[in-house]
Design a protein around this ligand. Structure first.
Ligand SMILES: *[C@@H]1O[C@H](CO)[C@@H](O)[C@H](O)[C@H]1NC(C)=O
Ligand SMILES: *[C@@H]1O[C@H](CO)[C@@H](O)[C@H](O)[C@H]1NC(C)=O
Length: 436
C-alpha cells in the first residue's frame, strides 16, 4: 500500500578531540568517510572534502593542545524521506509509567527549573490543545514504520535488516511487559561480517508537532551508537532534530539540530536560553556555514543516556516543534509529568526544557518541514569508531580502547557479541500529538 522510495539518508558524524591520538583517529575516519561518501553522492563527497579538510587542517596547524574532552562534533546528514502518510492513528496503550522510583535527576544544571508537575490528582489529566495524531506501542508498534535496509550512511559495521528478518533473527519482540524491543545480533564472533541491527522511519511526517518517547532501556556500551531523531526532506533544507544521540559509554544525551543557513541559537548561556542543558559547540546551526557541525546541546542529567538511563528505569523524552521553536525535554523515570502519562500533555507544566532553539534565532517554519521519526542502532562508524580512543565526555572517563583492551572499535564489535546484550531499545510507546 505504501509507496516507499528508498531513503538516502547520509548522516556522517565525526568528533574531533583536541588531543594528538584522537586526532589521528579522526583523520583516519575522515579518509574513510571520503571513500565511502564517494559511493553515495558526489555532491556530498565534495562538501565533505571541503568541510573536513578545513577542520582537520585547522587542528593540525595548531599544535596547541586543548583540554581533553572539548570536542567538536561534525555531522553531515542528508536524508530523503519517504512519503505517504501513515495511517496508524489511534489509541496507544502502555503508558502507565512506574519503573524505578529513584528519580535521580542529575540534571538541574544551571537551571532553576521549577518542574511544576500537576499533583494531587490521580490521573494527571489536564486540559490541553494537543491531540493524539499517532501512537505506537505493543504488538502494533511497527505499523506505520519502514525498515531501512541500505548500507549505513554513517559507515557503521552494521547490517540493517527488514522486518521479517528482524523477527526471525530475534531482533524484534514485544516482551512480557508489553514493551517493544529492538535489539542487535549478539552472535559472539561474526568474522569479517557486519552485525545485524534495525533502523526504522515513520511513514508519516509533520511540519509541527509534539513527539514523545517513553523508553525503559536504550542501547549502550562501547561500540554502540544509537539515536532517536526526526528528519525532513532534502537535507538540510527540511531540517534535522537529533533528540537522543550519543556513543559508547556516554551517560549524558546530546541533542542537535542541522539546518539551512539563517538558524542560530541566540546565546551559548544556559541561563539566558532558559534551558537545563549546555551548548557544546557553536551557536550557528547552519550546516553549510559551520562545517555541518550543527548546534548541539548536552543534557546536564547524568541519567539521560546509556547505562545510567537504563539503570534509572529509562524515562520520557518529548520534543515540541511549533511556531515558538524546537524544544526538547527529558524526564527521568520517577519524574515523568502526570499529564504526559495521562495522554494530555501540556508543556506549560514541564519546567525548563533540556534544550531549546527558539524562533527568534531560528524560525521553525523556515527551517523544518515534514519531520519523520527515526530509530537506529549502529556500531563504530564515524562517531563511535572515531572516538574509540578518546575520553573525557561524561560516562567516558576512560576510553573504550582502554576499557575493552581492543585497539579498534571494529575488532571489538566483531569479536564480542556478548558485549551487546545491553544494546537494545525497550520502548513503552512513541506518540505524536498535533495542535488543534
Ligand atoms: C528526494 O526525493 C524526492 C522524491 O523522490 C526527489 O524529488 C528529490 O530530488 C530527492 N532529493 C534529494 C536531495 O535526493
Ligand atoms: C510550543 O512549544 C513550546 C515549547 O515546548 C510550548 O511551551 C508551547 O506551549 C507550545 N505552543 C503551543 C501554542 O502549543
Amino acid at each position: 500500500m505504501l509507496l516507499l522510495r528508498p531513503q538516502l539518508p547520509l548522516c556522517l558524524t565525526l568528533l574531533l578531540i583536541d588531543a594528538t591520538s584522537a586526532e589521528n583517529l579522526a583523520s583516519r575516519a575522515v579518509e574513510h568517510v571520503h571513500r565511502v561518501a564517494t559511493h553515495h553522492t558526489k555532491g556530498l563527497a565534495r562538501d565533505l572534502r571541503v568541510a573536513f579538510g578545513a577542520v582537520v587542517l585547522g587542528k593540525r596547524q595548531s599544535q596547541q593542545q586543548a583540554p581533553l574532552g572539548l570536542s567538536n562534533r561534525v555531522v553531515y546528514c542528508k536524508a530523503n524521506g519517504t512519503v505517504s502518510a501513515g495511517s496508524n492513528v489511534g489509541s496507544g496503550s502502555g503508558s502507565n509509567s512506574d519503573g524505578t522510583q529513584s528519580g535521580n535527576d542529575g540534571g538541574s544544571g544551571t537551571a532553576t527549573g521549577s518542574a511544576a508537575q500537576p499533583s494531587g490528582t490521580s490521573t494527571g489529566a489536564v486540559s490541553t490543545p494537543w491531540k493524539l495524531a499517532e501512537s505506537h506501542s505493543g504488538n502494533d508498534f511497527f505499523d506505520g514504520w519502514s525498515f531501512f535496509t541500505a548500507s549505513d550512511p554513517t559507515n557503521g559495521i552494521v547490517d540493517y535488516v527488514d522486518e521479517n528478518t528482524g523477527r526471525n533473527h530475534n531482533l524484534l519482540e514485544v516482551n512480557s511487559d508489553g514493551n517493544v524491543i529492538m535489539r542487535v545480533d549478539t552472535t559472539q564472533n561474526i568474522g569479517n561480517n557486519n552485525r545485524e541491527s534495525v533502523r526504522i522511519t515513520t511513514n508519516s511526517h509533520y511540519d509541527q508537532g509534539m513527539f514523545i518517547l517513553d523508553a525503559v532501556h536504550m542501547p549502550t556500551g562501547c561500540g554502540s551508537w544509537p539515536a532517536w531523531w526526526t528528519n525532513g526532506p532534502n537535507w538540510p533544507a527540511g531540517g534535522e532534530i537529533d533528540i537522543i544521540e550519543g556513543v559508547n559509554d556516554y551517560t549524558n544525551n546530546q541533542a542537535t539540530i542541522h539546518t539551512n543557513p539563517g538558524c542560530t541559537i541566540t546565546s551559548d548561556k544556559s541561563n539566558l536560553l532558559g534551558i537545563t542543558g549546555n551548548v557544546i559547540g557553536g551557536t550557528n546551526c547552519a550546516a553549510a556555514e559551520t562545517n555541518n557541525q550543527g548546534c548541539g546541546i548536552r543534557s546536564s542529567s547524568s541519567v539521560s543516556y546509556g547505562a545510567a538511563f537504563n539503570g534509572n528505569g529509562g524515562g520520557v523524552y518529548a520534543m515540541t516543534l511549533n511556531s515558538t521553536g524546537v524544544a526538547i525535554y527529558f524526564f527521568p523515570r520517577g519524574s515523568v509529568p502526570k499529564d504526559i502519562d495521562a495522554g494530555t500533555p501540556l508543556p506549560a507544566l514541564w519546567g525548563q526544557p533540556m534544550a531549546m532553539w527558539g524562533a527568534s534565532g531560528c524560525d521553525p517554519s523556515k527551517f523544518f518541514s515534514q519531520q519523520s521519526m527515526i530509530f537506529d542502532t549502529t556500531f563504530c562508524g564515524d562517531w563511535a569508531g572515531g572516538v574509540w580512543g578518546a575520553s573525557g565526555i561524561p560516562g567516558q572517563e576512560s576510553s573504550c580502547a582502554t576499557r575493552t583492551g581492543f585497539s579498534t572499535c571494529e575488532d571489538y564489535v566483531r569479536q564480542n557479541g556478548n558485549a551487546f546484550n545491553e544494546a537494545y531499545w525497550e520502548v513503552k510507546s512513541v506518540k505524536v500529538y498535533t495542535h488543534s
